[in-house]
Design a protein around this ligand. Structure first.
Ligand SMILES: [Zn+2]
Length: 375
């Protein structure tokens, strides 16, 4: 299963010049093919390759060949009847020979007329979603003074989910928080101490550099910001991977858009330096999808105030990290209590689906995620 993702690149004159040369080459091949009335790739190669290699000695051979392939396709499409007027900057087709993309670490390497150009890119919602995909091809475009890479990513078809086969013990609840980045309803805690330390260091350094305000300080600041972003995404990857690979089949999580208003206040942001809980969720979502597991999103209302044993809801039940039910006396770590409530909500959602829905959840469409939201 393939997916194309658009990535905005920093402008780079060498790449822009490569596109310009590529466009000229493509045009030359088109003109010759039209003149000789052929779109046959082998013939076009024989007629043009040596000449072009001499004329454009710095153009990588792989790109020269894709220019020929593209020209041949255009000639075929226009049935050799139309004069082709290519743009000054056509989209440059790339394949595995001349394009390498490391989605996880935001690195791109593209062949150009001055050798390989290495670039980094900033994540967008699409690139975050396809972090564990590999690039098989791409097109480099220069439009309105901006470089873009449309990268074709490859992903295996996810296995189908059999809702009927899910038992209560297959369902786990996940609570996200400040002191513990993740607490799972099977008593597993992922502490935030280390994350807080690292985040704190970055925040301090950023503040110092911001106050300096010099040109070199700003450059350093940008470098540190990129490092920090990578740290967060690497951590979210490891965390979501560990959780997705556990024995459970259904992972119940709070729908963030509702809770953010309450939990993601200034204090919450500051404590973990604006940790990307949403990113964690996105990573978890696609890792589960690939494994044929389900992410259920539940309503976060009362999950921290409700007793996971007797369902009594009261604010006084919770005092910091201690949860003690005023109704039944049940006592537990408050994050663990919340994760159990989240698991219970996930369980009721799954049994509702098992009653109301056909056995198999449709999968394999990238536009539809396997997340289910309960209202
Ligand atoms: Zn209780």
């Amino acid at each position: 299963m393939n997916r194309t993702v658009k990535i905005k690149l920093e402008n780079n004159n060498d790449l822009v010049n490569t596109i310009k040369e590529y466009s000229k080459i493509k045009q030359q091949i088109c003109d010759l093919g039209l003149k000789k009335s052929s779109f046959n790739k082998n013939k076009l190669h024989k007629w043009t390759y040596k000449k072009l290699k001499k004329q454009y000695p710095n153009m990588p051979t792989g790109i020269l060949q894709t220019a020929r392939d593209v020209a041949s396709e255009i000639l075929k499409r226009t049935k050799l009847k139309k004069k082709i007027n290519g743009k000054e900057y056509s989209s440059m087709r790339l394949d595995k020979r001349n394009l390498r993309v490391d989605m996880l670490h935001n690195k791109i390497s593209i062949s150009s007329i001055v050798g390989r150009k290495k670039l980094t890119f900033i994540d967008n919602p699409m690139t975050i979603r396809y972090k564990d995909c590999s690039a098989i091809a791409g097109t480099l475009c220069f439009r309105n003074n901006q470089l873009y890479l449309n990268v074709v990513l490859e992903k295996d078809n996810p296995p189908k989910i059999n809702l009927g086969g899910i038992k209560v013990e297959d369902i786990i609840g996940i609570d996200r928080g400040i002191n513990n980045i993740v607490v799972m309803s099977n008593n597993q805690f992922f502490h935030s101490n280390h994350l807080k330390d690292v985040k704190g260091k970055y925040q301090y350094l950023k503040k110092v550099l911001q106050n300096k305000g010099t040109k070199s300080a700003i450059r350093k600041l940008q470098k540190i910001s990129r490092k920090e972003t990578r740290f967060v995404s690497d951590t979210n990857h490891c965390l979501s991977k560990a959780i997705a690979n556990s024995d459970f089949k259904v992972f119940s999580i709070e729908a963030l858009n509702i809770k953010t208003k309450k939990k993601n206040g200034k204090r919450f942001n500051k404590k973990l330096g604006g940790w990307s809980y949403k990113q964690f969720e996105t990573f978890l979502d696609y890792k589960l999808e690939a494994l044929g597991k389900i992410l259920v999103k539940v309503n976060p209302k009362h999950t921290s105030q409700m007793c996971s044993k007797c369902n009594h809801i009261e604010k006084a039940n919770r005092k910091g990290s201690i949860f003690k039910c005023v109704n039944c006396g049940f006592e537990l770590h408050s994050d663990l209590n919340a994760s159990r409530n989240i698991a219970n909500l996930g369980k009721s959602e799954i049994s509702r689906l098992q009653v109301n829905q056909p056995i198999v959840v449709p999968q394999g469409n990238y536009k539809i995620t396997n997340s289910l939201v309960i209202n």
